[in-house]
Ligand binder design. Sequence first.
Ligand code: PAF
Length: 274
Amino acid sequence: MHIIQTAAELRAARKPGQGIALVPTMGNLHAGHLSLVRIARECGDLVMTSIFVNRLQFAPHEDFAQYPRTFERDCQLLADSGCDIVFAPNDAEVYPEPQGYTVHAPAGLAGILEGEVRPAFFTGVCTVVLKLFNMVQPATAVFGKKDYQQLLVIRGMVRQLALPIEIVAAETVRDASGLALSSRNGYLSDSQREQAAQLQTALNMLAAAVKSGRADWQMLEGEAREFLSAAGWQPDYVSIRRRTDLGEPSRGEALVVLAAARLGGTRLIDNLEI
Ligand code: PAF
């Protein structure tokens, strides 16, 4: 496995006709990321994983400084999982100064849910993902459904900017308790870790109620928020949405339930397609 740090090295490493499957990450890898790498292996001639902690998607009060940087361990895991190249640019490579250009996704999709709580988040994500796409020029890029809204925002960007890249969605990987794997799970204490699967429990309860035919969706969302609050969480949102664009759904449409909540100082997100 090769480690590459600059776009110039990347260009030199490319071979004509080779289809690159890219897995963009911020490192601190877990089994969820490695499942994306395995999917990428099935999609491309060359599997590349980018590791870049993108300051643009963190608000000043968020965890950019404490976000775990575990580069050597990440490289070992990637080498064992069939990754061919790690692309690990530094900040100056991705954001030459002055860094004034950014990509804004439409508010209808990027200003709701995560975008409402974290207003700069999707601009940061779109900007870095477009830059990574331009540097790597992948044929395919793999993203996890755990970040459901991010997946839709990136699909929209690819379609609207006519990028010749196929976006592949990967199912969320969970631990034995049902907790969705996330780099931020590492912030949880042992007792919070035991509690953390309650986020998925809330979504399962919501999904079961919708499937049973209940259509008082706002009431159901409120009940799920109350369940989490009573268990010591601070919910940002629990929401039943249309799968295609996360709009307010009507009966008969394919749905997804999404939640974001804080347990102590750790903010977790999860979702279920129903
Ligand atoms: O999902 C992530 O890890 C990040 O948001 C991404 C897509 C790598 C952009 O920094």
